[in-house]
Design a protein around this ligand. Structure first.
Ligand code: NAD
Length: 298
């Protein structure tokens, strides 16, 4: 049976690794956090003291870390993952990182004699727990085929986006749409309030008209019309505002390096950054509607 080394067992990595254990894989893990370690042990992951030990016998190495810097650091060095994993191991980075970092990481993996995939995810902690994440994969065909049985217990959907780096590219493009659309929906609801429209009336029209989108019909930023949206539970995430600020930062970085005009994305990135650094630090990104409302006093 395929052996998996799992590095980074936090809010997302923990339940993803738990689903691999449930599917029968041997999972050996490393995370410096005590909280993450004990939850992982509870889920049946064999936790070890160093990243090197976690991957020493691994056919597949999965990383689920906060940023590109963490991934590049843990890969490299004498006791790094690249030097410690068996030759030809499949390295799958599921973290959300810059496309440029993903490409750099993939080049390092290949030059160390291994195989590289990026597989950032969408679906949040709920999807990670349920094993229904969408995985956006950047990989060679044969590498995805080789690792697919390991990805499946974590995924509701696996989309092959292209070669290494393409998964991260798809992820930040999606979240560019999401970040901008949530601001659009929020501005419309605040304008509707000012014009005397009820939330339900505006929802009933827009959810079946051309304004329809995920930010409206699944993550509606006002309480009421969509009972499961974070607005109904004081904006507890969900998808936290700091993660949206991070992803839009990565999208804008990519827009700048590719010379892409992204005026709305740049503005949205600045608005989420300000919100995440202030009142929004522990809230769902849809709570940005409250800053729009506060800034709208006549
Ligand atoms: P998290 O902070 O809960 O988990 C990250 C884990 O990495 C922590 O447990 C931390 O201790 C560990 N870590 C840090 N440095 C390490 C190292 N050198 N070696 C091993 N472990 C180390 O974050 P998360 O919410 O699980 O997110 C992980 C990644 O997934 C991020 O890139 C994030 O952008 C992305 N993501 C998150 C969500 C979400 O809803 N939380 C959704 C999609 C994508």
């Amino acid at each position: 049976m395929t052996a998996v080394g799992f590095i980074g067992l936090g809010n997302m990595g923990g339940p993803m690794a738990a689903n691999l254990v449930k599917a029968g894989f041997t999972v050996t893990g490393f995370d410096p956090s005590d909280v993450a370690r004990s939850a992982a042990v509870e889920a049946g992951v064999a936790m070890v003291a160093t990243p090197a030990e976690a991957v020493a016998g691994a056919d597949v190495v999965i990383t689920m870390l906060p940023s590109g810097r963490h991934v590049l650091e843990v890969y490299q060095g004498e006791d790094g993952l690249l030097a410690s994993a068996p030759a030809g191991a499949l390295f799958v980075d599921c973290s959300t990182i810059a496309v440029s970092d993903a490409r750099e990481a993939a080049a390092l993996v290949v030059s160390a004699g291994h195989r590289a995939l990026d597989a950032p995810v969408s679906g949040g902690v709920v999807g990670a727990t349920a094993g229904t994440l969408t995985l956006m994969v950047g990989a060679l065909d044969e590498d995805l085929a080789a690792v697919r049985e390991v990805l499946e217990p974590m995924a509701g959907r696996i989309v092959h986006c292209g070669e290494p780096g393409a998964g991260q590219a798809a992820k930040i493009c999606n979240n560019l749409i999401l970040g901008i659309s949530m601001i659009g929906v929020s501005e419309a609801f605040v304008l509707g309030e000012k014009l005397g429209l009820s939330h339900q009336a505006l929802y009933d029209v827009t959810s079946t008209a051309s304004g329809q989108c995920w930010s409206l019909t699944t993550n509606c930023p006002v309480p009421g019309p969509v009972p499961t949206s974070p607005a109904n539970r004081d904006y507890q995430p969900g998808f936290a505002a700091p993660l949206m600020a991070k992803d839009l930062g990565l999208a804008i970085q990519a827009a700048e390096t590719t010379g892409t005009t992204a005026n709305l994305g740049t503005l949205a990135a600045a608005l989420y950054r300000e919100f995440a650094d202030g009142n929004g630090s522990g809230l769902d990104f849809s709570a940005i509607i409250n800053s729009i409302r506060e800034g709208s006093q006549a």
